[in-house]
Design a protein around this ligand. Structure first.
Ligand code: SER
Length: 314
């Protein structure tokens, strides 16, 4: 089978690294990077690029017609913090973008669709520790509501139309290649930049705010492992719990101080992102992913810190 892979939202924090990895595996011409902005990273000259807005149906349809994708990765979204600044736009983009893709995937017989959910789909009444796959989910951000609704739509399209759609609930993703996209977990990236530049950082989350986090290398590998698994191994068609590690701003500062001894961490109070973070799980039970497709993370906090500081210094 000749593969043709669309990555929509290719310039974002995940897309930038996913496109590069998929091109290594499948070849440069096979992976079509799609975004509303011209890419400014190394995916720019390395393979095909299309301007695609996931809400513009005609352009989207033409892109499917032109490439007849065998796989589609839909990464275009407004995240938790930016979503709260424009709730209606977040709902429109996150929800109608997904429905547009699911419908076109059926029309053009795309074999596999990938769509990310998030720990943001959980809420204040979800268990905080080792949050199970199935539990109360009462998200309180538009982003989280759209992720929970999207999970239901994914399962619906699988059951009703047999569409092979796969999904992961990402924790906070830490990376250095592309800037993060306006999430509540972004502090865990900014802190590394400021530690190197200024020797100090002011966190918008409090010292004891523990959140599930993952290094991008693990996230990309896990995503591709899920997509490569035989369909009969995928027992969850809403979205898989997916865990790397968990830490607080204070844990992270302690780890950074092993490399930058004088690093100073300060706290800024009353940031609206604190309420979002406080409603999310502290750790995630991902045993189903481990069982179904042998998921296993490789980066703990020590390794993440070493790799982030090493790469950012260069
Ligand atoms: N990292 C995301 C956010 O903070 C969670 O999916 O919005």
């Amino acid at each position: 089978m000749k593969e043709s892979i669309l990555v929509i939202g290719s310039n974002g924090q995940i897309g930038t690294e996913l496109v590069t990895e998929l091109r290594k595996i499948y070849g440069e011409d096979v992976v079509i990077a799609c975004d509303i902005r011209r890419p400014d990273y190394d995916i720019k000259n390395a393979g095909p690029f299309e301007f695609v807005n996931v809400l513009e149906k005609e352009i989207l349809n033409n892109t499917f017609k032109k490439y007849k994708p065998t796989q589609v990765y839909l990464l275009a979204a407004l995240l938790s913090a930016t979503g709260e600044q424009n709730p209606k736009l977040a709902w429109d983009l996150n929800m109608n973008g997904l429905l547009n893709i699911l419908d076109l995937a059926i029309e053009y017989q795309t074999y596999k669709v990938y769509w990310p959910s998030s720990i943001a789909a959980f809420g204040v009444n979800s268990p905080k520790l080792n949050t199970p796959q199935y539990c109360i989910m009462d998200p309180n951000t538009v982003y989280g509501i759209s992720k929970l609704a999207g999970e239901r739509w994914c399962e619906y399209y699988f059951q009703k139309y047999g569409l092979d759609v796969r999904s992961i609930r990402y924790p906070g993703l830490i990376s250095w290649k592309a800037a993060p996209g306006g999430g509540t977990t972004d502090y865990a990236i900014h802190i590394f930049h400021d530690a190197l530049k200024k020797g100090s950082y002011t966190s918008f989350l409090s010292a004891e705010t523990k959140l599930p986090m993952m290094y991008m290398d693990d996230a990309i590998r896990g995503t591709i492992e899920l997509m490569d698994s035989p369909a009969d191994r995928i027992s969850i068609r809403s979205s898989y719990n997916f865990a790397g590690t968990s830490f607080t701003p204070e844990d992270l500062a302690t780890e950074i101080r092993k490399h930058i001894p004088g690093f100073e961490l300060k706290y800024q109070e009353n940031d609206p992102r604190q309420a979002i973070a406080s409603s999310w799980p502290q750790s995630i039970d991902d045993k189903q992913a481990r069982q179904d497709w042998n998921w296993k993370p490789e980066f703990n906090l020590t390794k993440i810190t070493e790799d982030m500081l090493g790469n950012l210094k260069r």
